[in-house]
Design a protein around this ligand. Structure first.
Ligand code: C2O
Length: 480
């Protein structure tokens, strides 16, 4: 632990200036892999579902105490490297920056990897501070638990010490990317798991890829990958919510890392990456390029010194020192709640609507796995955070009938602006296109409630967009 230089002049966190073009340059500090920080050679710890984790009261109390200690340190001195705040601010520094900044870790193929490294470093800090050598950061299985788990919600606990305007309703199926009635997506539990390719080679592929596009790329195109849009963004907005006063921590990339549930949310996404990689054909699509594999992520350790996590460690969780307790989407025995019926009047009014004709299906589809994609073009960034479902129904259906949700999108804050990497949104509409072939359907964009109680009615200004249309996409990219 002490085999690196202690030069007081480098005790502050490395400034953003030291990351040049995505390459890490650390002056005067040894480049150390995370493995050298305390668990090397030991058996990996098991990351647990928070519900199982919390069954051991001592284990939970140690976790809470360590987070409390870190928060107390930050309250006394916001620069204390053992504090919670400097750790939280890493997310601000790498994620709440322009979309095309070389250090931006969203909208590109390091999204999952960087967040994995970030959770791991945070987990190591808690392990060191709590003295609980078996500690692993528990994850929140929101497919099964549609409310903030009790351990993260108990008032007075450090684990609930965050700004949250969470609505009482709980997450709906589409916010956690679950489409039980869709024959293709339903069985996956999380529809994003159906995606077959990790790396996007063109800007148009980013939205249907599991991992995203290279950064930097010659197109200058950055966008949410499939998992990053939904459920990732939706769960952020659900937890953080908004109020008349502003947004919750999780709703803004600048503050998201302050909420202890951030690492439990990303833990579940990280676990889903492992679920996805169980298929060797999917895993094989992770880029073999040196550009992807030789990258090293830089964080700051509790002694204030830089710590590097190389991609070679990131791609094997046992090298980072953990495995998951299970790789089932739903907790065994819990297949997710059956969503109660919703009517249009139970949701905020639509922010967009268009009636379109569904193309007739060819007599015999040349490729059974061909997908129909609803494309919404030229969508302007909303003026406030929101999570929106895309509902479809026959054009002549009664007004209070919501129809069927085919997907969601979320607008989060990133400092003073709305994070809005791309103006095109796409949704798989295959099942509905089959059902309504040749007919007129109405597509409606209907927000979820994300405003905490007591902050007035939820009405959003209409979203400005170009047009909605249905295009055909081959099956080569995803969905099988
Ligand atoms: Cu870097 Cu969920 O955010």
């Amino acid at each position: 632990m002490n085999d690196y230089p202690h030069d007081n002049s480098t005790l502050s966190a490395p400034s953003r200036r030291s990351f040049v073009g995505g390459t890490t340059v650390i002056a005067g500090a040894a480049a150390l892999g995370l493995a050298s920080r305390s668990v090397f050679g030991q058996a990996p710890r098991t990351r647990m579902d928070i519900v199982a984790f919390a069954q051991d009261a001592t284990r939970l109390a140690n976790f809470e105490a360590a987070v409390q200690e870190m928060m107390d340190r930050s309250a006394a001195d916001e620069n204390d490297p053992r504090g919670w705040l400097p750790n939280a601010n890493v997310h601000r520094d790498f994620c709440s920056i322009p979309d095309d900044d070389p250090s931006q870790m969203h909208y590109c193929y390091w999204f999952l990897a960087w967040h994995r490294a970030y959770i791991s470093v945070t987990e190591r800090k808690i392990r060191a501070i709590s003295g609980d050598d078996s500690f692993s950061y528990p994850y929140w299985n929101w497919s099964s638990d549609r409310h903030i788990p009790q351990a993260f919600a108990r008032s007075g606990s450090s684990l609930s010490n965050a700004v949250r305007y969470t609505v009482p309703q709980g997450l709906r199926d589409d916010q956690v990317d679950y489409f039980p009635d869709d024959p293709v997506f339903g069985p996956f539990g999380v529809a994003a798991l159906s995606v077959r390719r990790f790396e996007a080679r063109t800007p148009g592929q980013i939205r249907g890829s599991f991992g995203g596009i290279r950064r930097p790329n010659p197109f200058g195109a950055y966008d949410n990958n499939r998992l990053e849009r939904t459920p990732h963004g939706d769960v952020h907005n659900y937890v953080g919510g908004t109020s008349g006063q502003g947004a919750g921590d999780m709703t803004d990339f600048t503050t998201a890392g302050r909420d202890p549930i951030f690492f439990a949310h990303h833990g579940n996404l990280d676990r889903l990456w492992e679920v996805w990689r169980q298929d060797p054909a999917r895993k094989a699509t992770e880029p073999p390029s040196e550009h992807f594999l030789n990258h090293r992520f830089v964080f700051t350790w509790i002694d204030g010194m830089p710590i590097e996590v190389p991609m070679s460690d990131v791609l094997d969780t046992t090298k980072l020192g953990y495995v998951y307790d299970n790789l089932n989407v739903f907790r065994t025995g819990a297949v997710g709640p059956v969503a109660s019926a919703e009517s249009a009047s139970s949701r905020p009014p639509a922010v967009g609507r268009q009636t379109i004709r569904v193309p007739l299906q060819p007599e015999a589809a040349p490729d059974e796995t061909e997908r129909k994609i609803l494309e919404i073009t030229e969508v302007e960034a909303p003026t406030q955070p929101m999570t929106v479902s895309v509902f479809v129904k026959p054009a002549n259906a009664p007004p209070d009938d919501l129809g069927t949700s085919i997907g969601t999108f979320s607008a989060l804050l990133s400092g003073g602006r709305i994070a809005w990497p791309s103006r095109t949104l796409t949704f798989d509409i295959t099942a509905a296109a089959k059902k309504y072939a040749g007919e007129q359907i109405t597509v409606q964009l209907i927000p979820h409630r994300i405003r905490g109680q007591g902050s007035g009615p939820e009405i959003y200004p209409p979203l400005k967009f170009g047009q909605m249309r249905i295009v055909t996409e081959g099956a080569s990219d995803h969905h099988r």
